[in-house]
Design a binder for this molecule. Structure first.
Ligand SMILES: [Zn+2]
Length: 256
């Protein structure tokens, strides 16, 4: 499609990727593991918090598989990673953290997970949901695929009262979130300039001490730089922003 055709289809379905972050009052970040949000979107989160946006992290798995050392036990690592995630989030100004504690490396996009996420969406009523792109070609990590799929389904159904009806019966209201933004995505439609907060982002990543050494930290800085180059920024982060109309029977969605 030409860029004017893309603009036409976007206008038909009311998709405004640039507005998703600009107009965000509440962001729900649904991440597979402690650390994903910082690596993929830490700069964007820092900017949103500075702008007064409320940010809530939902971490789906407990992170207990994330080590190559045979001497660290599952529970020990899991509790260590929770503390690291709290410190990392705090660095970015985020203090609201929700833990779903599914077992790391074994996640599936179950109805139970979807419904838990629907409940959280109805509780927090975000303007934007941030999550991992589950349709990334060659993605092998089941937790990433399952989190992205379950978050997408929850986004899609949370405004329908008869889906996960128990929420409505106990007083929650259906909620239509304006946009969903995917990171680690092949065809981003928005680039955020994070040059002014790159040091904060790197500090947040460094807080995940059990996960990253100096080489990893350097790699993530370089990746942010590489993404930024696409738009002439010093450092950047890239997202694919979609809305309800793009996520069902829309054969243009990958081009939008
Ligand atoms: Zn992850």
């Amino acid at each position: 499609m030409t860029s004017s055709e893309v603009e036409y289809v976007r206008s038909l379905i009311g998709l405004r990727p640039e507005r998703a972050f600009e107009e965000c009052g509440t962001l729900l970040s649904i991440q597979p593991h402690p650390d994903d949000t910082e690596i993929a979107a830490g700069g964007t989160v820092a900017k949103l918090v500075k702008r007064g946006c409320r940010v809530i992290y939902v971490t789906v798995t407990d992170g207990g598989a994330g080590t190559t050392s045979p001497s660290i036990k599952w529970e020990e690592l899991s509790s260590m990673r929770k503390k690291e995630q709290q410190a990392a989030a705090q660095t970015l100004g985020v203090t609201e953290l929700v833990w779903l504690d599914y077992r790391d490396s074994e996640l599936r996009p179950t109805l139970e997970l979807r419904n838990k996420l629907i409940t959280l969406i109805r509780q927090y009523r975000p303007d934007l949901i941030l999550t991992v792109d589950p349709w990334l070609l060659y993605e092998a990590h089941p937790d990433h695929i399952a989190t992205g799929l379950a978050a997408s389904e929850a986004y899609f159904f949370s405004n329908l009262p008869n889906v996960n009806r128990e929420d409505i019966d106990r007083g929650l209201k259906p909620h239509l979130t304006k946009h969903i933004a995917y990171y680690w995505t092949k065809n981003p439609n928005i680039y955020i300039d994070i040059t002014d907060v790159i040091d904060l982002k790197m500090k947040a990543i460094e807080a995940h001490k059990s996960q990253f050494g100096p080489e990893d930290i350097n790699l993530y800085r370089k990746i942010s730089q590489k993404i930024g180059e696409k738009r002439g920024f010093g450092y950047g982060e890239a997202f694919k922003v979609l809305n309800h109309y793009a996520l069902h029977v829309n054969f243009y969605a990958d081009l939008l």
